[in-house]
Design a protein around this ligand. Structure first.
Ligand code: 2IT
Length: 448
């Protein structure tokens, strides 16, 4: 690896020694762009990399809220405005008890390159709180969201920073957060958040966009391999909003999604989660926090408590869509043993570094989440465009844009890797293509 990169990485490891997720994300990106740094000495001359690994701004804030029994609770909130070189900061908000500075920072860092890949003018950001929405009443969620935005509202805005949902933050939470923003500022401001409800500026297809986009990207990669999605069996981990979108689109295109999983284990539905009733039930499970076993109970299929899906032998494609680092080295070994050819990351950074290396060494085609899941934020940017135009696009129009965007992301990644002599390397290609645009913008805007 390039010596300049080595020195930047050493500094990142030292400075962020308590943030393993952030270090992991930086290591992957910097390793990928090594040939670009070799070819562009001006980046080292401007010491660009030491700037790109440091958030432009990151802050924490106190979020106090009252539960239904009148008791007060204090949580911590974060917003990381990582890089605004190519557009207003843009990225989701995650509510989950394990959220910490390292997780917000790695997600913000990934978002820079993902947002760049969409081809739209959006910078990278992420935020969240260690608040756990599971088991909270609607009124508690509302009070928490209102308090969260009371602390955050001064620092966001349609040309500053446009938040959206992530794990634990869906349409309901965005509604409460947007409502509080509007109440405090008394302006519409192009909706400020994305993922809004359809009655107040939300975009059609936004709920489906991450999953649909992942399948459009997959189809393009299969085409590259002279293959098609029809008849493919797909193992999806997770059962949330993203898994729902994947399963809906994959089923429509003739694939069979026969596994879903949760924290408590996994479910095998050999017929596929293929009927409208089954697919819609996923949404109900999410809303009611039922756990994944509820699917097995309802549709009479097998539930495997405490197990992950990676050992199953009857799928052609794995799509991790649950959370970061859900696939460890021992899982990767099982995936290789299962004989699959395709492993498409969907959740952000689902694969530990050694597991990802193992999969690649064993000739599995691995696609990175920052490319595969970019359709979500891509459609968020289309929501921003519709809001500023005061227009509403049809579902077909949004879907058409999304499809084109995902094809472009795949092709731009494949071409970038090819340009640097790396072959069909979708990970390096995505990092290189995403990096180049941001790096050019930073260089042109001068040193700061
Ligand atoms: O990880 C992600 O890209 C998101 N959670 C969506 C971000 C957005 O601004 O729509």
């Amino acid at each position: 690896m390039n010596a300049y990169i080595e020195s930047v990485l050493e500094g990142v490891r030292k400075k962020n020694s308590t943030q393993p997720e952030f270090i992991q994300a930086v290591e992957e990106v910097l390793a990928s762009i090594s040939p670009v740094i070799d070819a562009h000495p001006e980046y080292e001359a401007a010491n660009l990399l030491n700037r790109i690994v440091e958030p432009e701004r990151m802050f924490t804030f106190r979020v106090v809220w009252m539960d239904d029994n009148g008791k007060y609770h204090t949580n911590r909130g974060w917003r990381c405005q990582f890089n605004g070189a190519i557009g207003p900061y843009k990225g989701g908000i995650r509510f989950q008890s394990n959220v910490n500075e390292s997780i917000i920072k790695f997600l913000g860092f990934e978002q820079i390159f993902k947002n760049s890949l969409t081809g739209l003018p959006i910078g990278g950001a992420k935020g969240g709180s260690d608040f756990d929405p599971a088991g909270k009443s609607d009124a508690e969620i509302m009070r928490f969201c209102q308090s969260f935005v009371s602390a955050l509202y001064r620092y966001i805005g349609p040309d500053i920073d446009v938040p959206a949902g992530d794990m634990g933050v869906g349409g309901r939470e965005i509604g409460y957060m947007y409502g509080q923003y509007r109440r405090l500022k008394g302006v519409w401001e192009n909706g400020v958040f994305t993922g809004k409800g359809l009655t107040y500026g939300g975009s059609l297809i936004r709920p489906e966009a991450t999953g649909y986009g992942a399948i459009y990207y997959l189809c393009e990669a299969l085409k590259h391999e002279g293959d098609t999605i029809e008849g493919k069996r797909i193992g999806v981990s997770g059962y949330g909003n993203v898994s729902w979108g994947i399963i809906k689109k994959a089923t429509e295109l003739g694939a069979i999604c026969c596994y879903i999983s949760g924290r408590e284990g996994y479910v095998h539905d050999p017929d596929g989660i293929s009927t409208e009733e089954k697919i819609n039930y996923l949404l109900e499970m999410r809303e009611k926090h039922t756990g994944v076993k509820a699917y097995a109970d309802r549709f009479g299929c097998e539930f495997y408590p405490g197990e992950k899906i990676w050992g199953v032998k009857d799928v052609d494609i794995f799509m991790p869509a649950a959370t970061q680092n859900e696939v460890e080295l021992e899982d990767a070994k099982k995936i290789v043993d299962s004989g699959v050819k395709y492993y498409f990351e969907v959740s952000n950074m689902p694969t530990k570094a050694d597991a990802q290396a193992y999969l690649r060494e064993h000739d599995i085609i691995v696609a990175p989440s920052k490319a595969v899941n970019a359709g979500g934020v891509g459609v968020s940017a289309l929501e921003m465009a519709q809001n500023s135009e005061r227009l509403v696009w049809t579902a077909e129009e949004v879907d058409e844009h999304l499809k084109r965007m995902m094809i472009n992301i795949h092709n731009a990644s494949a071409e970038a890797a090819e340009e640097y002599g790396l072959g069909y390397d979708l990970i390096a290609g995505a990092n290189i293509a995403g990096f180049k645009k941001v790096a050019t913008a930073m260089m042109e805007q001068g040193v700061f």
